[in-house]
Design a protein around this ligand. Sequence first.
Ligand SMILES: N[C@H](CCC[C@H](N)C(=O)O)C(=O)O
Length: 264
Amino acid sequence: MSRKIAFSKYQGAGNDFILIDNRNNDFDPNNHDLVAKMCDRRFGIGADGLMLLAHTKNSAIASDFEMIYYNADGQKGSMCGNGGRCIVAFARDLGVINDETVFMAVDGLHHANIHEEQVQLGMIDVTHYDRDGEAYVLQTGSPHYVQFVAGLAELDVYTVGGTIRNNDVYKTDGINVNFVEKEDEGVYFCRTFERGVEDETFACGTGATAVAMAIALQEKREGHQEIPIRVLGGQLRISFDKQGDSFTQVFLHGPAKWVFQGEF
Ligand SMILES: N[C@H](CCC[C@H](N)C(=O)O)C(=O)O
């Protein structure tokens, strides 16, 4: 029997991930079948995605570690905001970092800090958005479609989100589909169909970030914004500075919690 793989399971607002310390390069980053098997909720550990914590490949760049992210289907994903927060908690728990870090991910360097189980993660600037009918389409590290709806609690997100993700425009590259509804003054509820999981997840960090930007665009807000977003698995908060179509100083705030660890 081959050697077992040590893993930890973390979740951020119910978006759940398998974390592997791969600083020794024991895990083959091209073994997509194994990633999919581990993420499988019936035949494996079960997760929305898997991350390898690795040494940064380009040693000229000052960063504490590199985050290599896979969706549950075993394929490499684009940036994952909740995953980013969970790998910061994992790095802290491993002793790789203290309470502040700069790490490398697929969309570049990310600054983050962690206090107990709350992580504030810097996200990429966004300087452009598109419209698709009434929806907003934004790239916050991952591609996101954001649609304002009524009656979100009853919406069949799996069917409606899956139909948008698989339409002629998005089928090839895929997109994450977010639905948002204003609940009370300043309070928003968001649900997301995630590409690569091909199902609704309990939270999506880059999705909540895109949703907060769409809210600011829709409501013609300017300047510093703090936008709380309720998701199925908890509460996220997004802050940024908005000037016209440009979003800078973007931060995703939310929980990142260790759940269990084991061998696979
Ligand atoms: N759950 C993630 C998004 C993963 C992105 C992935 N679904 C893709 O489009 O590759 C988040 O918290 O931002």
